[in-house]
Design a protein around this ligand. Structure first.
Ligand code: SAH
Length: 232
């Protein structure tokens, strides 16, 4: 039998309990769970994948990319502690699902997608679904989105080998970023970067994860070959 959305939500709550010792969170914020309820994941996948939309696993969205596991979307959204006033940056728009979840919780979502076809289809999908506070940019997000910075939160939904300094620079004091760090196509760790009021950053590993790689061009990497956070 195909799973329904109720099943998806209860699986997220269950997994949140299982992982509480890593995340420090027994349950996710009620507002985060409400946002997860308001967004129909089925609208973000196509063809046969619609049958599996409410299963707690990533699904293909074309171009070798995936829509993240619903639990991971809820966790990342919860970890950045957004408010209705927040301005948020997402790197890796993919299907637009994470951006849609965020859009219910914050004032404005800016999201960057490297693959132009995915950026365009996410833009059209979000527009058709009536999301007005999400702006999609087709570009590499390695350097963030300078014109819209600084942000109250940044969610990176592709795995990087290191924490890009440009993203840390675009966090407001008091803001948070979640980003998977590790080797491409292998084990990564979900890192939570918190910028203190004074501007120093503190980085913690939350748990082991597996994401598609953040693609960085050679020319981009040269600008910041050893980007890392200023841990305090
Ligand atoms: N958040 C998405 C899932 C994203 S999968 C969702 O909710 O559906 C990761 C995405 O990151 C892919 O679409 C991939 O194309 C994109 N990506 C990879 N490297 C990138 C980069 N340097 N800048 C922006 N997007 C990138």
């Amino acid at each position: 039998m195909y799973k329904n959305q109720e099943h998806m939500l209860s699986t997220i709550l269950q997994e949140a309990k299982f992982t509480a010792s890593y995340t420090g969170r027994e349950a996710f914020d009620e507002r985060v769970m409400q946002a997860m309820q308001l967004v129909n994941r089925k609208a973000f996948v196509s063809g046969d994948n619609k049958d599996f939309a409410f299963e707690n696993r990533p699904l293909p969205i074309g171009h070798g990319q995936t829509i993240s596991q619903p639990y991971m979307v809820a966790l990342m959204t919860d970890l950045v502690d957004v408010t209705p006033k927040s301005i948020v940056l997402e790197i890796g728009t993919g299907s637009g699902y994470q951006a849609a979840v965020l859009s219910h919780l914050v004032r404005q979502v800016y999201t960057v997608e490297k693959i132009p076809e995915l950026a365009e289809s996410a833009r059209q999908r979000l527009e058709a679904l009536g999301y007005k506070n999400v702006e999609v940019r087709s570009d590499s997000g390695y350097h963030g989105w300078k014109e819209k910075a600084p942000f109250d939160a940044i969610i990176v939904t592709a795995a990087a080998t290191h924490i890009p300094q440009s993203l840390v620079d675009q966090l407001k004091p008091g803001a948070r970023m979640v980003i998977p760090i590790g080797l491409p196509h292998m084990y990564q760790e979900l890192m939570l970067v918190a910028k203190g009021k004074g501007g120093t950053t503190h980085t913690d590993s939350v748990m082991g994860v597996s994401f598609v790689p953040l693609v960085i061009g050679d020319d981009e990497d040269l600008i910041n070959p050893n980007g890392s956070s200023n841990a305090d």
